[in-house]
Ligand binder design. Structure first.
Ligand SMILES: [Zn+2]
Ligand SMILES: [Zn+2]
Length: 129
């Protein structure tokens, strides 16, 4: 066997093996999405794996009343178990709520409000003229 053919065989074997390992094992249809590291399913079908530390996202769409089907990693927090997108979203909402409930009369906020106001009126005046 020449070095060249040996190299080719090695490449092919690596390719087929990685493709097989990477493909999701979802049985209902041939899912081609990449698996989650260490599991047989992709991030969409990871809930099929009962041993995987994922549960359905707790987010409920206000428009449809339907629950998000995406998997959320199970962690120690019981409430607010959301998928990647909705955990980010709920974090933003919480931060916004926290900001709103902050006392507004600190010198810093007053100053920043003032400077913002000045900038606004200046730019508004410039644009108006
Ligand atoms: Zn899948
Ligand atoms: Zn979600």
């Amino acid at each position: 066997m020449s070095v060249r053919s040996g190299r080719v065989i090695k490449t092919v074997r690596t390719l087929t093996r990685s493709a097989h390992e990477a493909a999701c094992a979802y049985s209902t249809y041939n899912c081609t999405m990449t698996r989650v590291d260490g599991f047989e399913y992709c991030s969409r079908h990871i809930l099929e794996d009962k041993g995987a530390p994922f549960r359905q996202c707790n987010y409920i769409y206000t428009s449809t009343g339907k629950r998000c089907l995406r998997p959320a990693p199970t962690c120690d927090r019981k409430e607010g178990r959301y998928c990647g997108e909705h955990s980010r979203q709920s974090l933003v909402l919480r931060q916004r709520a926290a900001r709103r409930s902050l006392p507004r009369e600190t010198p810093e906020t007053l100053l920043s409000q003032l400077s913002h106001h000045q900038m606004d009126t200046q730019t508004a005046g410039q644009n108006g003229v």
